[in-house]
Design a protein around this ligand. Structure first.
Ligand code: C2E
Ligand code: MG
Ligand code: MG
Length: 759
């Protein structure tokens, strides 16, 4: 029997030592405490081994010393383990010193036993014909028992409290260790008080050690459902880290292990690894948060969406938490691409108009002290470039402009494409050097490999004075400035200034006043006589004048261009035609056989049915259509030629006489003229004024007059100012004349008396 116990104890020592080895290598923090506890369990077992095998009293006493002092260190290790396992700390340093002090005193008093013999002695007892040495306890031994039981019971209490306070899933791990401790404790107590010679309870130490070893290092309480969930978590593509209630990582799935760079399932290192990888801003022990982290830069950047959630049980107690980390790089890239496509122009890769406006707004708002300029950039005659060189050359032109803008402006301002051939820029005033830009623009050539062409670019500049003005209005102003560039080859840049501002204000003013002015008849037709070769007045041209209540007498140059631009010219013209018809009706009554020419703006054709309108008026006033002459300009024929020709033909068929106004001042196309359904060619002397004496000019005039005759048209020269001009034109065969030489445009009453005096 003695040997079988000895064998059992040796086996236990081996088991405990194996346990120590494994625990020490465990990555878990608790591993160290477990190893220590197991190590401390060995001396009492060895002590008992010596006692069992001892044949003399002396050896048995040595066994007892090892056993009792070993028990003190077991209790110390148990305390250490309990604090680590239950994750608690000493309530006060005093208490800690008191407990440690008691254990130390206990050890010391055992060591003094050989001197005083106050703690214990042994006595031989024959068992199976052999002497066992049994303990005889004295006062010192009682003190030892009080200390050991005191600490042991405190440990039990700690576990009981922990069981009561912990979430259900943790109850099991505490309960098993508590039960193991209670059983081992009771067994030991039984041995002590029954005073059986062999301490069988030592077997309990081994079992206790193994239980602690297993439950603290390997056991995970998994129900079937838990297993399913764990398998699911393993199979998830996202990285998942699970934390216990104390914020310690207890498990991670494979993607998580790879992401964190964990090796050998050393989950304790998770937090440190994640913090190192993703930065320390988010505390991985924090209970709940979400964030997106970017690792790397530019095209290599990777995006991770992280979400930490806390799990509570039905009582609301925290049972643990989990962190999921998802690689959202692909989605982020897609989003960025979408955002990029929505904000960038496909052809030039520049900002779109809307996005440019948005960026400009932000920049102006964010730098209120900076003086900015808005640039409106336009390619002159881009349509012609497209027509002549083809649209692919046109596209190339836009791209090359974009490239040079990127080169020049990226570090200076914000820029984008406003539309077809226009670009917009916001640039700090101090960074804009007009002279340098002028120089660059004067040399701007586009080469597509086969053709090289000089591209004419104009820039309108508006200095952002009213910073809260809407961005599109700023560009409107820059555009207005650009439109003032007259000498298109010499000047490329124009600034929005007071003059343009006033023009805009003026345009706004008269536009709002027009309807009222027409109703009050403040716009009046002035008549300029038209005479024949004999000096006889045959008709008049009706020219609009605005007798403005505040601004006085306004010539057409101050309002006609404004209304031509905004389309209100339609109202003026309809009104003027009506006035002309009224006058013709009066003259008809008085028996005056005179015609009136009225002007038709090219814009009229866009906004109304000119033919119907004029026919309707003639009918309403019952006038002879031949008395109402229609003046059109060449620009009318610039678009929709066939349709316009048809309309004019229609008017002529109805009996109206159509005149081609200002011939020679615009883009006269002799080619077009031969097909034009016009009756009279109105030649503008103005294009010859500087060179009237020039022989060449004379030849031109002569030929135009001749040409009109050949084409079956009458010629009328306007702008005749001198007797010599009249003589020359008469010689050339011109039939009708109009000009200051005869009379300036005048009100109806004046015209009537003028006619009386010259009939
Ligand atoms: P237009 O139709 O060519 O009219 C002739 C212009 O030449 C008139 O200027 C007239 O005063 C001016 N003129 C006539 N004789 C001479 C001359 O010997 N020397 C010089 N230097 N100028 C002369 P006005 O009245 O200032 O009108 C300017 C332009 O405004 C007109 O040119 C016409 O295009 C436009 N306009 C005038 N009234 C109307 C209107 O009711 N409707 C439309 N659509 N346009 C109008
Ligand atoms: Mg005219
Ligand atoms: Mg004219």
């Amino acid at each position: 029997m003695r040997y079988s116990f000895a064998g059992l104890y040796i086996l236990m020592v081996v088991v405990l030592m194996t346990g120590i080895g494994v625990s020490r290598r465990s990555y878990k923090k608790i591993g160290k405490s477990v190893a220590m506890l197991l190590a401390m369990l060995i001396p009492p077992v060895i002590g008992n081994l010596i006692i069992v095998l001892s044949s003399t009293k002396g050896i048995s006493m040595i066994g007892c010393y090892i056993y009792f002092i070993g028990m003190d260190t077991v209790i110390l290790a148990l305390l250490h383990f309990t604090f680590a396992y239950c994750v608690i700390s000493w309530p006060s340093r005093k208490l800690k010193f008191a407990v440690y002090g008691l254990i130390a005193i206990d050890i010391i008093q055992f060591l003094l036993n050989p001197v005083f013999g106050h703690a214990f002695d042994t006595e031989p007892i024959p068992v199976d014909g052999f002497d066992y040495y049994r303990l005889i306890p004295y006062a010192g031994q009682t003190f030892h028992r009080v200390v050991v039981y005191g600490v042991f019971i405190s440990v039990l209490v700690i576990f009981i409290v922990k069981i009561i306070r912990s979430p259900r899933v943790y109850v099991e791990r505490y309960s098993i260790i508590l039960v193991a401790m209670v059983i081992t404790g009771l067994w030991q107590t039984y041995y002590i008080f029954s005073r059986t010679p062999v301490d069988r309870s030592m077997a309990g130490y081994g079992v206790f050690g193994i239980l602690i070893f297993y439950f603290s290092l390997y056991y995970r309480p998994l129900t079937l459902l838990d297993r399913l969930l764990a398998n699911m978590a393993s199979g998830m593509p996202d990285a998942i880290f699970f934390y216990d209630a104390f914020g310690r990582c207890i498990w991670a799935n494979q993607p998580a292990i790879e992401l964190a760079g964990l090796t050998d399932d050393k989950f304790d290192k998770t937090s440190a690894l994640l913090q190192a990888k993703f930065g320390t801003k988010e505390d991985f022990n924090d209970p709940e948060w979400t964030c997106t982290k970017v690792l790397g830069e530019g095209a290599d950047a990777k995006y991770y969406f992280q979400s930490k959630r806390t799990v509570t049980d039905e009582k609301g107690k925290v049972t643990g938490s989990f962190l999921t980390i998802r690689d959202v790089t692909a989605q982020q890239r897609e989003l960025q691409q979408e955002r990029y496509n929505a904000t960038h122009d496909t052809l030039t890769d520049l900002y779109t108009k809307e996005y440019l406006y948005e960026c400009i707004r932000k920049r102006i708002d964010s730098q209120p002290k900076e003086d900015f300029l808005i640039l409106y950039i336009d390619i002159v005659n881009f349509k012609i470039v497209n027509d002549i060189f083809g649209s692919s050359f046109g596209d190339e032109t836009l791209r090359q402009i974009a490239v040079s803008m990127k080169k020049e402006l990226t570090s200076k301002g914000i820029f984008g494409r406003l539309g077809g051939d226009t670009f917009g820029v916001l640039i700090p005033k101090k960074k804009f050097d007009p002279a340098a830009v002028e120089r660059d623009l004067s040399r701007f050539n586009v080469n597509d490999g086969t053709v090289e062409h000089h591209i004419l670019i104009h820039i309108g500049v508006y200095e952002v004075i009213e910073k809260d003005m809407e961005v599109p209005f700023m560009f409107d102003r820059a555009l207005l400035a650009m439109l003032t560039i007259k000498d298109e080859y010499q000047t490329h840049i124009a600034f929005y200034d007071e003059k343009i501002r006033n023009e805009v204000l003026w345009a706004q003013n008269i536009t709002t006043q027009l309807t009222d002015a027409l109703r009050k008849r403040n716009v009046v037709p002035y008549l300029q006589p038209i005479v024949d070769q004999n000096g006889k007045i045959v008709g008049a041209e009706a020219l609009a004048r605005w007798i403005h209540p505040q601004d006085g007498f306004l010539p057409p140059s101050s309002f006609i261009p404004v209304f031509e631009k905004n389309g209100m010219i339609v109202e003026v013209d309809k009104y003027m035609w009506r006035c002309a018809c009224e006058i013709l009706a009066q003259w008809k009554e008085k028996g005056k056989d005179l015609f009136i020419s009225v002007n038709i703006s090219p814009k009229d054709f866009y906004f109304m049915d000119v033919t119907e309108e004029i026919k309707g008026l003639a009918k309403e006033y019952a006038i002879d259509p031949a008395k109402l002459r229609i003046e059109i300009t060449e620009t009318v024929m610039m678009t929709d030629v066939e349709k316009r020709m048809e309309m004019l033909e229609d008017l002529r068929k109805a009996g109206f006489i159509v005149e081609m106004d200002d011939f020679g001042s615009g883009y006269s196309s002799l080619n077009l003229l031969k097909d034009m359904p016009v009756d009279v060619l109105k030649i503008d002397m103005k294009f010859l004024t500087k060179t009237t004496d020039d022989a060449k000019a004379k030849t031109i005039l002569q030929n135009i007059i001749k040409l009109s005759e050949d084409l079956g048209m009458f010629s009328l020269t306007e702008g005749v100012e001198t007797q010599s001009q009249l003589n020359m034109l008469t010689k050339m065969g011109c039939k009708l004349f109009q000009g200051f030489y005869f009379a300036r445009p005048m009100p109806l009453t004046e015209f009537d008396s003028y006619w009386e005096g010259n009939r």
